[in-house]
Design a protein. Structure first.
Length: 456
């Protein structure tokens, strides 16, 4: 076994690190990818900032907080290898994606291109934009496993197809690592393709910072947003938003619009005055420095998170451990379940902290049970379960049962004609946790095929 599977104490990672986190003793967090978590030293820093805010609210929020926010921005700018002036904070990636798409102005024939595995909230944002503006949408269709080169080829084909019918692709949105299924996208090649085609690139890096190696100075996307509260180990909610200087004039408003917004001048109108103390920064930076009253303490916890990560050996060591554990753990779970992992021939999908394992679940058995029990349910005054409702009922029963009865949660997805579990790795997990997950998944599938979900 590789380093990721060590249980003899030679590795700095694994279950021994659970003591640094806040988990219940009987909870296995093998779904880190959904909401993340953070270690106790980061919690200490969070509470310190919150205490300072309550001790002297106006003093801290008006004068101290902006200084500390700049320090966090500087750390993230250095982490991403981009100028300080191009990095601000937003609560989460969904907010960042909305900020970009709602700030852009769309003319007749403008198109937003997105990919088949886009995060649901982002797809709905695109649909809303297309309902309320002149923008139109186009989707890049595919089903994983697909090779990186093929994905880029299909993207270029969609752009060419839109051009052929007289439209212009204004912007394309794609992931660093897809949420469901959890696979890495060729975001570097897609960014370059956008540059070649004259298309703005919007990178959804929800699973980016602290997860994959990032050099935005070299990558040079048009817009990049990434959660820090998932893989960087900061508190929720915290995300960085990178906009190169060339595109900052396009981002005129935050969401919500707040004091930093500068309206277009009207004849005879008096200039607007920001009631907050001047920062001496650019309009873009000042705009995002304050977007309304909230607890922005998580933005100030970058430093302790990076210190904790450095104590574990740094970014490369964390990536090596988590990627190795994802590959080895995924294969182990698949072997225990008698199934397979989701991967392409070149092995690029699994270069991340996720493993996707097919479940030994035959949904046709569940559908047959629903049909057999239809009359029995109606006699008992219950509605018969329609066949099309079975997948959703089984899924939500399984998720709820795992969380409430087994002390853990594993993301499930019906995809490509099968059912899959997405398992996350993190520094506090090891192979034994994946073996535990396999046991839970096997029991859940067996219980589902016996029809327990019909009573859930």
């Amino acid at each position: 076994m590789g380093e990721a599977t060590n249980t003899d104490g030679s590795s700095p990672f694994g279950r021994k690190l659970r003591k640094d986190f806040l988990f219940d003793k009987d909870y296995v967090n093998i779904n880190h990818g959904s909401f993340g978590t953070y270690p106790k030293p980061v919690q200490d820093a969070l509470r310190n900032w919150q205490n300072r805010a309550e001790a002297r609210p106006d003093h801290f929020l008006r004068y101290d907080y902006p200084v500390e926010l700049r320090r966090s921005r500087a750390l993230m700018a250095d982490y991403l290898n981009v100028p300080f002036e191009t990095v601000v904070f937003v609560p989460n990636v969904t907010m960042g994606v909305n900020t970009v798409l709602r700030n852009l102005e769309y003319d007749d024939g403008d198109v937003i291109v997105y990919f088949a595995t886009i995060y649901d909230a982002c797809e709905k944002t695109i649909k809303y934009i297309c309902e309320t503006t002149k923008a139109q949408e186009a989707k890049v269709e595919y089903t994983y496993p697909v090779e990186d080169e093929e994905l880029v080829r299909r993207f270029k084909e969609v752009v060419a197809g839109q051009k052929a019918i007289g439209r212009r692709v204004k912007i394309a949105i794609f992931d660093v690592v897809v949420s469901l299924p959890g696979v890495r996208m060729p975001f570097e090649a897609l960014t370059e393709a956008c540059r070649e085609l004259g298309v703005l690139s919007l990178i959804d890096g929800a699973h980016g910072v602290g997860h994959v190696e990032l050099d935005l100075g070299k990558l040079d996307p048009d817009f990049f947003v990434s959660n820090c509260h998932k893989w960087l180990l900061t508190p929720r909610a915290s995300a960085i938003f990178h906009v190169p200087l060339r595109n900052q004039p396009l981002m005129r408003s935050t969401l919500p619009t707040s004091h930093g917004f500068l309206p277009r001048p009207l004849p005879g109108a008096l200039p607007t005055i920001n009631p907050l103390p001047p920062t001496g920064e650019s309009l873009f930076e000042e705009n995002f420095a304050f977007t309304g009253t909230s607890d922005w303490s998580p933005f100030l916890c970058i430093a302790p998170a990076l210190v904790y990560r450095a104590a574990l050996g740094g970014e490369a060591a964390i990536r090596t451990y988590c990627e190795t554990l994802a590959r080895e753990g995924g294969l182990r779970v698949a072997a225990l379940l008698g199934t397979e992992v989701l991967e392409n021939k070149t092995g690029t999908l699994g270069k991340c902290f996720f493993a996707n394992v097919r479940l030994p679940l035959d949904l046709s058995v569940c559908e047959a049970l629903a049909a057999v029990k239809a009359e029995e349910r109606e006699t008992a005054g219950k509605k018969a379960v329609r066949r099309e409702a079975v997948p959703g009922l089984v899924k939500h029963w399984a998720l709820r049962t795992m969380a409430k009865e087994y002390g853990g949660y594993q993301a499930l997805i019906e995809y490509g004609g099968g059912w899959w579990a997405r398992l996350s790795t993190m520094v506090y997990l090891e192979m034994a946790d994946f073996e535990w997950a396999a046991g839970v998944l096997k029991k859940i599938c067996e219980r589902a095929e016996k029809g327990e979900w019909l009573d859930g």
